[in-house]
Write a protein that binds this ligand. Sequence first.
Ligand SMILES: [Zn+2]
Length: 476
Amino acid sequence: MSQKNKLINDPIHGYMSFEKWAIEVIDTPHFQRLRDIKQLGTTYYVFPSASHNRFEHSLGTAHLAYTLTKRLQEQSGVEKSDHDLECVTLAALCHDLGHGPYSHVFDSIVIPYLKPSSKWKHEKGSEMMVEHLFEKLESYSIDLSSDDVKYIQALIKGDSTGISPYLFDIVSNERNSVDVDKFDYLARDCYQLGMKSLFDFSRLMQFSRVMDDQIVYYHKECFNIYEMFHTRYSLHKKVYSHRVSGAIDYMIRDALVEANSSLKIADAIENAEEYIQLSDSILNKIEYSNLEGLTKSKEIIKQLRRRKLYKFVDECLIPKDKKDDMMKAINEREIISYRNGNVSLHEDDVIVDWKTLNYAKKDENPVDAVKFYNDGDSTFPVPRSKVSYLFPVQYEEYIVRIFARKPDKVISIDICCLIVSSRVTIDQSTFVKKKNKKVEAIQGAFRELAKKLGLEPSQGFLKSGSRKRRFSEENP
Ligand SMILES: [Zn+2]
């Protein structure tokens, strides 16, 4: 290790060593901004220990990219190039520079709302930020041409340019989604959430090599790879798509939408100088601003601070063959048309949210696109039937969720009542019913519509009045 290297201690990877050229990138405002973007966005409001940021995830991803590239380059027949090693590591370091406030909230629901014709995603933001970062870097310790910057951008996108294609599998693997970005975030998120995963990325890295211009794995690692996709799916199902953080996502969306004409938040995606200033701190900026036109936005943030949240109402799993029809049939206007005659409900009271959960390769099994090796010279796929009969038969699912913007206004009083009632064992359902009148009205209307469409609302979720309440962060 060179004396110029810096060691950074990390709970997942232990001591991570970074060379001077990596530290110079880390110490830029572009990279430091990631300290202010929660890795899991609003999940932090439900799981208080999920307080990690894009900053440490990017360091971890770069550490793994460096380790894996170096390992693969030691293999005979693979070109050993310091330049490739540097570019892949820089790509890993910079791959999430484009994330906006609250990570996926910004590119999944804020920008599509404010700029409906735009196809902008955080990857596009990363491209812009990488270009700007290297443009502004004065006297960089390694030679980096504009073609090298394009190479780094392509490595982030996983867009193989034809030269050493295996290098494009490392940061963002378009071929089969097995990449160091996932290795880091699955381990880090599980650690921060206090959850366990049986997926072992370090073992997988040990049993990887370059053959046929791609990264391939020892055939006995196939189950480990399935375990990776299963862990990712489980985290999406149980954590990333948690219904309370889903409600908070929409509160933050509404707050940013209301503030947009004063603060021009959405325009920042076109301008790196402005984008550097945009992070989770935007909520504080709105709260403490004296600018005109922020009253509504401030009100929503105030509700969030006091945990007077939008409410989850109901959800349905949608069969694959019905997805397109259902997306047309289920919307805010349609739901309120099923309201009980004497209930006042407006489109604005309801939010319809569509989620797609999969194994990271749309409705395909990503493991079908992974190649394996054994003791011979050839690579081959490993069919599911040779590994287990218990794998999924379908690799993508669709969920529609309904949220209510206006729960009853006496929520804080009712929480007191509930706490009192739990102590004196009064039937809590009386209070829940009273509190969630609006939620129940939307639930009733949605269930009528779902019935007409032949859908079953998912079991085990909120059914106001009968679900036993728990006093945790989940139930505000
Ligand atoms: Zn990432």
